[in-house]
Design a protein around this ligand. Structure first.
Ligand code: ARG
Length: 472
């Protein structure tokens, strides 16, 4: 086996000074990260510009050297954006690829890595990435919210049964059900805002582990890179060792993605159930469904099923990160290079899921007659009948029992609960008056649900107004 390991001959090794042999070819393949961290290039370049600006500010670089470095970085950034940059896996990662390309063009770039290590550099790149990713996901989640809101507004008058234990429970406005999704996605957005805030601390200056002996100005760098609070004051990490070891943000970001994924999957499951022939409340757009290669009649809610499936992947990424960091001694260890693939995957998949959810729900249509038939089930208002007794002075436990007996009678007599003869109902409890069956007037029943957060029409109207304003 070992005989197949050949020594790579290459220029490499920013750290080559104390080595007499270059890494094995196999080791290069094993240890490179540029195949996945190249996407950090814009953040790496921004970080290097901020760092070199600071080096000039404290007199370690001349203004001319700084300007040459900046121009070189901009040129490389443009080449990368245009897909013209040649990435070299032998140079391991995004940081060394960019630095070496820069040094070839700009001699002063040999000074760029002064008072910096890849450990604080990669921490900086990732913090910039997280700020970007959280802002991006916020926009996409808001897009999904808008798609949901549109349906809620369009079909705001439709009533459906609400479910607990997947058994018919009480009637709700479909819009109320959809507004629950808006709440869930809003909490996701709030969570990403918190992650972005936690990301907003500048690691540069922490060096490899213990800072530097050089007279750098960390606050200057932080300001350059936008690591500032609401008042524009620089936010600089307080402990160099924690800074290069800390991966909490990765876990927090993956948590926010996993939870968003859980929400997507719950919404998806509702839609799948609603689209089944058994429920038949909705139809999903052809553009987000597929057919069967065998059964010509099939129309499958694949986008929703994939949303359910992707949530497993998002949870897996979170688990990977927790396991990666568990028991790891301070500070940086090379294990931590494995922190990026799960984070990037969570970002990409969450972004896709949010867009797919928007497209799927946005194209959903209601089958009003099916909704109306389902919600016409008078048993959904059995609780209202108990409330009726309560209003006539019956303790709720007793009222619950009495209505239970009415439900049982309806079962025995094979009648809808509201069609039972009044005398028979009154025989079960003397609290039932001659008007007992008026409780089953659905629109009256809905209008009575007027407290904050309830599904009555006045409340739903307020909720929709709230969301319209908030999402505009
Ligand atoms: N490619 C490395 C990573 O992603 C960059 C940091 C390397 N630092 C080191 N001391 N080898 O983690």
């Amino acid at each position: 086996m070992c005989s197949r390991v050949i020594m790579a001959k290459q220029s490499q090794a920013t750290w080559g000074g104390r080595f007499s042999a270059a890494p094995a070819e196999l080791m290069l393949t094993f240890s490179e990260s540029v195949s996945f961290d190249a996407r950090l290039a814009p953040f790496d370049i921004a970080g290097s510009k901020g760092h070199s600006a600071m080096l000039a500010h404290v007199g370690i670089l001349t203004a001319k050297e700084r300007d040459e470095i900046h121009a070189g970085l901009d040129a490389i950034g443009a080449e990368i954006a245009a897909g013209r940059f040649k990435w070299n896996r032998q140079l391991e990662d995004v940081h060394m690829n960019i630095e070496q390309a820069l040094t070839k063009r700009v001699p002063a770039a040999a000074k760029l890595h002064t008072a910096r290590s890849r450990n604080d550099q990669v921490a900086t790149d990732m913090r910039l990435f997280f700020k970007h990713a959280c802002a991006d996901l916020d926009v996409r989640l808001a897009g999904a919210q808008r798609a949901i809101l549109q349906v809620a507004e369009r079909d705001g008058d439709v009533l459906i049964p609400g479910y607990t234990h997947l058994q018919r429970a009480q009637p709700v406005a479909l819009a109320h059900h959809l507004c629950a999704y808006l709440e869930m996605l809003q909490r996701d957005r709030d969570r990403f805002a918190v992650v972005a805030d936690h990301a907003n601390w500048c690691p540069l200056g922490s060096g490899a582990i213990a800072g530097t002996t050089l007279p750098i100005d960390r606050e200057f760098t932080a300001r350059q890179l936008g690591f500032v609070d609401a008042k524009g004051r620089p936010r600089v990490t307080r402990n160099s060792m924690d800074t290069v070891a800390d991966r909490d943000l990765f876990v927090e970001f993956a948590t926010a993605c996993a939870l968003a994924g859980t929400h997507f999957s719950r919404i998806a499951e509702d839609l799948i159930i609603w689209m089944s022939s058994e429920f038949g409340y909705i139809d999903l757009p052809d553009t987000f469904c597929t057919g069967s290669s065998l059964m010509p009649q099939k129309k499958n809610p694949d986008s929703c099923e994939l949303l359910r499936g992707k949530s497993a992947r998002l949870q897996g990424n979170l688990q990977t990160l927790l396991t990666l960091t568990k028991g790891l001694p301070l500070t940086y260890n090379r294990d931590l290079q494995e922190d990026k693939p799960p984070v990037f995957d969570s970002f990409d998949q969450t972004a896709l899921c949010a867009d797919v959810l928007a497209g799927t729900i946005g194209g959903m249509t209601l089958r009003r007659e099916r909704c109306a038939a389902a919600v016409a089930d008078p048993a959904l208002l059995a609780t209202d009948l108990a409330d009726y007794l309560v209003e006539r002075g019956v303790p709720f436990r007793e009222a619950h029992h009495a209505v239970g007996a009415v439900v049982k009678l309806a079962e025995v007599r094979k009648l809808p609960i509201d069609q039972l003869p009044t005398e028979e109902v009154q025989a079960l409890h003397d609290g039932f008056g001659p008007d007992w069956a008026e409780v089953f007037d659905l629109s009256r029943a809905m209008a009575r649900r007027r407290g904050t957060g309830m599904p009555g029409p006045a409340q739903v109207k307020m909720q929709l107004k709230h969301w319209r304003k908030r999402l505009e």
